[in-house]
Design a protein around this ligand. Sequence first.
Ligand code: SF4
Ligand code: ZN
Length: 315
Amino acid sequence: MKCTFCGTDEVVYVRPYDKIALCKEHFNEQFEKRVKRTINRYKMFQRKDKIAVGVSGGKDSIALLNTLVKIEKDFPESEIVAITIDEGIEGYREEGLYYAKKHTKRLNVKHYIFSFKEDFGYSLDEIIKKLGERGGKNRAYGACSYCGILRRKILNAAAKTVGANVVATGHNLEDEAETVLLNIIRGDVNRLGRQSPYPKKVHKDLIPRVKPFRLTPQAEIVMYMVINGLEYQEVACPYAVEAYRGNVRNFIFETQNSQPMLSFNIVKAQDKLIPYLTKNKEETKGKIKSCKICGDPSASEICKACSLKEQLSNL
Ligand code: SF4
Ligand code: ZN
């Protein structure tokens, strides 16, 4: 087999959805081109942006940081910084932090570390311990729900602290497809609209979030890491087994074997629905509420993080 672009024999990857064969050089070229196209399509960045990249130390975030640093070289007025959120998961987070530090140093990117413990008062381990067994009287959700609520809040606050005006995260194509399906499964059409890929300032204190890997399949991110010799944390979080997402994720990857366009199609469907879902919605007019306790953007009077804090203080 020969590289579709240059004809060399040294093919490293064949894309299952269009059968394009790629040598290392053209794999990297196509990979970066797609990220640039995604950024342009959804108008993710402006020329003078200070971009905070959420770096966990996993493959997606390291690949994203690497790619954005390369792309950013053509935009000297912008700046990239990295933020790592330490959830406080013993035996897991340490390794991610190690890789986050290693790559930000190599790429000469300023790295800021924030933690649940410092900013919220409890580490994730402590929260789960206090709440008890899932399904018990104090805990309705899997650990990832609490983790997600706090990570979003702290990442937003961290971005404000470091003066960033946009946050980029490493969510890939399948992550996005999964989120779309989950919102449909839960019947949460509003959220489907709220999770628009276009950065929007919907609240004065909410830093817009973008996902430059929205159209990049996970398999290509893994390949990017491997062929460029980039190390990352491979072990999964001990709480990942609790995720409801798991079922949907398995469905996506299994179905994708016979229908390689599946995730692209799901994400494209959301893109087509967005204009209908966001029309006349309060959120898109900057009228999202502020939490009565912390002032952060919130869908209800008191944000989920403040409700959780209250619950924990009573346990
Ligand atoms: Fe948090 Fe769940 Fe991710 Fe673990 S798997 S870091 S608990 S969201
Ligand atoms: Zn609050």
